[in-house]
Design a protein around this ligand. Structure first.
Ligand code: ADP
Length: 489
């Protein structure tokens, strides 16, 4: 029952409401009497002042000879009904001479401070406090001497006890509590609706994903936390969908690329078996094709295994000091036959390439692939340039994936670029060439003889070295591949 957000919210609201009402009641309990007493004392004092001023004013109109206690009494009686406090006249001995309510006439009242204050305070000085009435009740009073023998006193009952205040107020508190409770339920309902509705949508979409429908996208609504969940969910399904698609593409690419040479091998071996290849030249040709196709298949399978191993992190990338200049020269030498076939003399422009730590065999594989592509996609007599030097952080350093437990990003990078003036790559295709099986133009495929895996492997090897690779190209003018590799400290 208390598992839902709404019930939990409402319970927490109730706790807060009860707590704040109790604190308010408690504070009221502590403060009510002193505050009330203060208000009464102020009222008594102001009434006392008015009465005394009036009496003194009318006394001033008669000559001293005409003044008498009886006259004063008569005047005071005139003001009795005008005050809310109870007016008393008390003589020096503390005896009530006049009581506005005619109850305490002739009774004795002790005003605190009177004895102490009388000799020193001037006539007009007022004093006030608490006193005990003849009937034993506690009263507040404000007093002022009218003459050396007479005091005017205003009294009012001391405020009721605090518990009686609570008895008076509990209804108000109950109503406030009920209203606050209703508001809490309503607010809880709104908050819960704004959180629960999108969460339920996400839950439903997740169930659909579990049954294999990856096209699910949920609306991004509600509080920021819920919106974050929805955004994360949407990007997750997009990624799952695209990796599902990549997997499907991969399988269909692999099967297609294996089927083509197999069909060819099957056809020509059959020609050998059934005698369709009847003379030596035909048999020679069939054997050559079978050999070439088998080699192509072997390369493809090797590339696939390579990629799979890099993906699974099974490939051990060695971390040995490498002289990149020497490595580039060795790679160029090993491709001298291909260069010669295309009548290309590579231009080499290497200066101060920093030493790096890495796997020489793997990096040679990368350079070979890039140079091989450059030769393949450059017309005979074209130009291929290899440049090397040292540089700062790559332009897009965020794509440099640091190896686990790798030292902080290197201050300096070795930068190697391989440019050609060949066919180039259209801008729209440029960002996809590092994808597996991606080939710019399927019709180039036969021409290149590859399966579109070389650059994907190169990308992964460079990444595993903590480096970065990118391509720039102008169609019809040529292509440049640039590699950054972190320099050894
Ligand atoms: P492949 O083995 O098919 O060459 P790669 O992964 O090495 O596969 O290259 C992918 C695609 O990128 C190639 O099919 C080609 O279309 C394009 N490409 C690579 N290098 C160059 C280049 N230097 N000039 C033009 N296109 C290139």
């Amino acid at each position: 029952m208390f598992n839902g957000i709404q019930s939990r919210l409402v319970i927490s609201y109730i706790v807060v409401i009860v707590l704040s009402l109790s604190i308010a009641l408690f504070t009221l309990f502590l403060l009510a009497r002193p505050l009330q007493a203060r208000a009464i004392a102020l009222r008594l004092s102001s009434e006392l002042n008015q009465v005394v001023t009036q009496i003194q004013a009318s006394a001033a109109q008669v000559s001293p000879a005409q003044r008498s206690p009886e006259r004063t009494l008569a005047q005071i009686r005139k003001y009795l009904p005008q005050t809310t406090g109870r007016l008393l006249l008390i003589n020096k001995q503390g005896m009530v001479v006049l009581d506005a309510e005619n109850q305490w006439n002739g009774r004795e009242i002790t005003l605190p401070n009177r004895q102490r204050r009388l000799p020193i305070i001037p006539r007009s000085e007022e004093f006030s406090g608490r006193m005990t009435a003849p009937d034993g009740s506690i009263m507040l009073f404000a007093a002022r001497p009218l003459s050396p023998r007479l005091f005017v006193v205003m009294v009012a009952p001391y405020p009721k006890t605090a518990s009686s205040i609570i008895v008076e107020l509990w209804r108000g508190f109950l109503v406030a509590g009920i209203i606050a409770f209703l508001v809490a339920v309503l607010m809880g309902w709104f908050i819960v609706r704004s959180v629960a509705t999108p969460l339920k949508q996400i839950a439903r979409a997740t169930e659909s994903v579990a049954t294999g429908d990856y096209s699910q996208q949920v609306p991004v609504t509600g509080p920021v936390e819920v919106r974050q969940v929805a955004t994360a969910f949407n990007s997750m399904t997009t990624q799952v969908q695209s990796s599902q698609q990549a997997m499907k593409d991969f399988v269909s690419n692999v099967s297609h690329d294996l089927k083509t040479p197999l069909t060819s091998i099957q056809g020509f071996s059959q020609a050998l078996l059934d005698g369709t290849a009847y003379d030596d030249a035909a048999r020679q040709r069939a054997a050559r094709i079978i050999y070439d196709e088998a080699s192509r298949m072997r390369r493809l399978v090797e590339d696939l295994l390579d990629l799979a191993r890099i993906d699974a992190g099974q490939i051990e990338i060695q971390s040995r000091p490498i002289d990149l200049t020497a490595l580039l020269n060795i790679t160029l030498d090993s491709l001298s036959v291909q260069f010669a076939k295309k009548q290309i003399t590579p231009e080499i422009n290497i200066s101060a390439l920093p030493h790096i730590l890495g796997d020489a065999d793997r990096l040679k594989q990368v350079f070979t692939n890039l140079l091989d592509n450059a030769i393949k996609f450059t017309p005979a007599g074209g130009k291929i340039t290899v440049t090397g030097g040292d540089t700062g952080v790559p332009p897009d350093a965020s794509t440099v994936i640091r190896k686990r437990h790798a030292p902080p990003p290197a201050q300096s990078f070795a930068r190697i670029s391989i440019s050609d003036n060949g066919v180039g790559i259209p801008p729209a295709e440029l960002k996809r060439i590092f994808e597996r099986f991606y080939q710019v133009d399927k019709s180039r495929k036969h021409h290149s003889g590859g399966a579109g895996l070389g650059l994907a492997i190169a990308f992964n090897i460079v990444k595993a070295h903590g480096g970065h690779i990118e391509a720039k190209s102008v169609p019809g003018q040529g292509t440049t591949f640039i590699i950054w590799l972190p320099a050894a400290a």
